[in-house]
Design a protein. Structure first.
Lengths: 410, 336
């Protein structure tokens, strides 16, 4: 297996950056996409038959909490942007450099530098040094930076360095020790909760500061109607803001936390049904730019606990693609937009030449059978832990082959 | 003393169908007739507890573990007395002196208790949902003695029993349906409030909850109760006033400016009580903060205050729960 060996994948449906699916082939040379469409096979070119499957870009999973190669490859993920919330925190150039190398050659990890030392939200970390050590963006981690002065300085500095700032948007004062969204569910369960406006408040402030400083702001998860309205308005004003979401927030409402199911404990917490509908609308109208898995595999020691004591997060890498394809089947988005959300847009945010099928891009390619059914089983996942709220649910869409830089994986 | 079997004849499904639950997690899972079944079962124990010889040996040989992961005096004592009066061997586990402090997980503690072959486990824990988590890992019935801000089912049952009894003593039918009950205090953090909202509405009462906005849970109307911020308005026409203390231990940040200010707006004084019905009853699950949410002269109001009665009923209700929940294991007639 050599990345240099030319490869021709034929007989597939090409998922191009825009427009409908196109029957055709893709040629990869020197690890890059060399040609697309109706291609004749040359001597010395390896051949792969897609058998009518989708030929799609490998997914670029924006904002994962662990490097979990088997899960990523199962899910068709060839690149992952790693959150700085590691142990130790990615707030030092050496750690960033190590993380950037940790998946190669078959998975590229793009570390997100910690915005502040120890992610404590107080002192800025060495962002320029970390950028040159391989950090592709800066992130505030799981936390919101509560001090507006610190956030403004961070945005200014990151703007100068050309780094996108990835923010977690929950007003800490309103959130407190909340583990659920205020509403009937949290009230019945007796769980500490925060109003969904905690998100809108944080989004409003961060957008205002981004507008003031000219920084590029990516809100990793926007999950409420009011916050999405703010993002949409800011985009219309020309503010450089983008928004992401994970499948949990467009698939589930806070009904899922009934019976204190800790696998449904998320950060931000699951919202009411009206907010879920607003997320679907924002996916359809372009307000949301990125769908990431937020992959955070957690074993029983973190999850088999009382709800409020359990860690938030889910193992999402394997279900990222099939759950997003639900949106295509439901007519919310088309296939091209699904892969823009999963690969093209996150690649652009990271500034990497990947995530789309166009000539010159890195040959990160997934063959996808979009209708192929399978059942999520938390006991038999490729991920290092099976904490999924979608356990035992039937889904459709499976990756059948994956290439990273033109080299076959698995 | 009438035997429970005959007095219940025809009022409930026969045998184990009268209470088809493995444990008692909360009022939320109970049907109206199941609540009434437990109240009726408790009546015989009220009688027994008033005799000089308070002993019934139906749980002889059974081991009941009281696992209290949160401090408690009255509830633990009440469960302990209940178990002992039924002849069971009652063991108390106090979390402060257990391996919980040494980092053992809750699940491991549950598995350990299970391995000791308890016949019933009574659990109190500071986290909502913790008791159900343990119940899923043990083979014997589990009774929730309070989990976080979620539920405290035996408290709601004993409150209903105390209420019913006093209403009967006053010459009524003991019917809770149609009563207007005002629950006032720290609704947000109170498991007693949640269980009582569920229990009283299931029994047909009109329930009002009253608290300052910061202590009122969002969406509480969905539980079938009417929220009030104004205590005077909430008291109007009330048949029963139930006061709750401020749960400082569950508060992160300041929820009310001061105890004095809380008393000013929400303290039950004699003057305020006059806004309720003339013979309105006063309840409090304890522990009371006299002079804050309730004045001493209200708490001790003869013929109106049910506070000590509530404590008395607690033992009877817990005896009923322990008896009913162990019937299947004991092979009681119609329950095996």
């Amino acid at each position: 297996m050599s990345a240099a060996e030319p490869l021709l994948i034929v007989n597939g449906l090409l998922v191009l950056p825009e427009g409908p699916l196109v029957k055709g082939a893709i040629l990869c040379e020197d690890g890059k996409i060399a040609a697309l469409g109706d291609i004749k096979r040359r001597e010395g070119v390896a051949l792969a038959d897609a058998n009518g499957a989708l030929i799609a870009p490998g997914l670029v999973d924006f904002g994962v909490f662990a490097i979990d190669k088997p899960a990523f490859h199962f899910g068709g993920i060839t690149r992952a942007a790693l959150m700085p919330d590691q142990s130790p925190v990615l707030d030092h150039p050496a750690r960033v450099r190590f993380a950037a190398q940790s998946g190669k050659p078959d998975l590229w990890v793009h570390p997100l530098a910690a915005a502040t030392r120890g992610l404590e939200g107080v002192e800025l970390a060495e962002l320029a040094l970390m950028r040159d050590a391989g950090a592709k963006a800066v992130a505030t981690g799981r936390q919101w930076i509560s001090d507006s002065g610190t956030m403004a300085r961070l945005l200014r500095y990151a703007a100068m360095l050309g780094l996108v700032v990835v923010a977690h948007a929950e007003d800490g004062g309103l959130t407190g020790n909340a583990v659920a969204t205020a509403g009937e569910m949290a009230t019945r369960l007796g769980l500490a909760s925060a109003p969904s406006e905690a998100e809108a408040l944080a989004v409003a402030r961060d957008i205002a500061l981004a507008e003031m400083t000219g920084a590029r702001l990516h809100l990793r998860q926007v999950t409420t109607a009011s916050a999405l309205t703010l993002v949409c308005a800011a985009k219309q004003r020309g503010v450089a803001v983008t928004a992401g979401v994970t499948p949990a927030h467009f698939m589930l409402s806070d009904l899922a936390i009934g019976d204190f199911r800790t696998f449904a404990r998320m950060s931000p917490p699951l919202r009411c049904e009206a907010d879920r509908q607003a997320v679907l609308e924002a996916l359809a109208d372009g307000t949301i730019d990125v769908i990431g898995s937020g992959h955070d595999p957690r074993g029983p020691e973190d999850k088999r606990l009382p709800f409020a004591d359990a860690e938030p997060g889910m193992a999402g890498a394997e279900t990222l693609l099939p759950l997003t394809l639900n949106l295509v089947r439901d007519g919310v988005i088309d296939t091209a937009r699904a892969f823009a959300l999963l690969a093209g847009n996150p690649a652009r945010l990271l500034g990497v030449e990947a995530g789309a099928l166009s000539v010159g891009m890195e040959a990160d390619i997934a063959l996808v059978e979009p209708e192929r059914p399978w059942i999520v089983d938390s006991d038999r996942m490729a991920a290092s832990a099976g904490n999924t709220p979608f356990d035992k649910q039937p889904v459709q869409g499976r990756v059948t082959a994956l290439w990273k830089g033109g080299a076959a994986l698995g | 003393m009438t035997s429970p079997a005959s007095s219940h004849l025809g009022r409930y499904p026969a045998g184990a169908a009268a209470f088809p639950h493995r444990g008692l997690m909360g009022i939320a899972g109970l049907a109206r007739h199941e609540i009434l079944f437990l109240l009726d079962e408790a009546e015989q124990w009220v009688e027994l507890n008033r005799q000089p010889q308070k002993r019934d040996d139906r749980l002889a040989g059974l081991t009941i573990i009281n696992a209290f992961f949160e401090n408690s005096t009255r509830t633990r004592l009440s469960f302990e007395i209940a178990g002992k009066r039924l002849g069971a061997d009652v063991v108390n586990m106090n979390a402060s002196q257990s391996s919980v402090k040494k980092g053992e997980t809750l699940i491991d503690t549950a598995v350990t208790l299970n391995a000791m072959r308890a016949d019933a486990i009574v659990i109190r824990h500071a986290s909502s949902g913790a008791v159900a988590l343990i119940a899923g890992k043990v083979d014997c019935p589990v009774l929730n003695a309070g989990d976080g801000s979620h539920e405290h089912p035996t408290q709601a049952l004993l409150d209903a029993l105390a209420l019913r009894q006093v209403l009967r003593e006053r010459g009524g039918s003991g019917e809770i349906a149609g009563l207007r009950v005002t629950i006032c205090g720290d609704i947000l953090h109170s498991r007693v409030a949640r269980s009582n909202m569920l229990c009283l509405t299931a029994l047909g009462a009109e329930v009002r909850v009253c608290a300052p906005p910061a202590l009122m849970p969002e969406g509480v109307e969905a539980m079938g109760v009417a929220p009030f911020n104004d205590f005077n308005a909430a008291l109007e026409g009330a048949d029963v006033v139930m006061m709750l203390r401020l749960q400082q231990e569950r508060m992160q940040g300041q929820f009310v400016p001061s105890p004095r200010e809380f008393r000013y707006l929400y303290g039950l004084t004699l003057d305020r009580l006059a806004k309720a019905k003339p013979d309105a009853l006063v309840m409090h699950p304890g522990p009371m903060n006299r002079g804050i949410e309730i004045d001493s002269n209200v708490a001790d109001l003869a013929g109106r205050s049910l506070i000590t009665r509530q404590v008395e009923m607690g033992v009877a209700i817990r005896m009923a729960c322990l008896d009913v929940l162990t019937r299947t294991a004991r092979g009681a007639e119609g329950w095996s």
